[in-house]
Design a protein around this ligand. Structure first.
Ligand SMILES: [Cu+2]
Length: 154
């Protein structure tokens, strides 16, 4: 790409400017290519105006499981979630699921009337609205054993 553009400019502006132009374009391309890895993660954290949400792996490692090292609600309390942020849940669908439930069902760990049930092992959940989302695992006993999490979205 850089060569083609440099060539076009060169024919009009003469050979002397073609090489610096090509170098400038290459530098710009390299900077743009480097952007997603380095800059977006840093700017994403600090920028007050965020048009894109941030991705959070639940419990930091993303595992929705029994015996998580950190309580999901303690983990959630350590974050500030905003509209359009995302939660990434990873779990073994043979043993677990993910349910979005009402506050009442969350309180009593009831999997009887989930608003949504997710059974694929990798869920990328967008916190589309302000308010509180209530998640549980619907497998008997798992919610009581800690697979529950309330996420407040500001
Ligand atoms: Cu479970």
């Amino acid at each position: 790409m850089a060569i083609a553009i440099a060539h076009g400019k060169g024919s009009r502006q003469g050979r002397s400017s073609a090489l610096p132009m090509a170098i400038a374009i290459v530098v710009v391309c390299v900077l743009l290519a480097a952007e997603p890895g380095s800059a977006s993660s840093r700017h994403g954290v600090r920028s007050p105006r965020r048009s894109f949400g941030r991705m959070y792996r639940v419990g930091d490692n993303g595992m929705w499981m029994l015996g998580s090292k950190v309580s999901y609600n303690k983990w959630a309390a350590s974050k500030i979630f905003r509209q359009n942020d995302k939660l990434l849940f990873t779990f073994n669908p043979t043993f677990h699921n993910l349910m979005l439930v009402s506050a009442a069902d969350y309180m009593r760990c009831s999997p009887r009337k989930p608003m949504v049930i997710y059974t694929k092992g990798k869920i990328d959940f967008t916190l589309a609205k302000k308010g509180t989302y209530f998640f549980i695992c619907g497998i008997p006993g798992h919610c009581q054993a800690g697979m529950k999490m309330a996420i407040k979205v500001l």
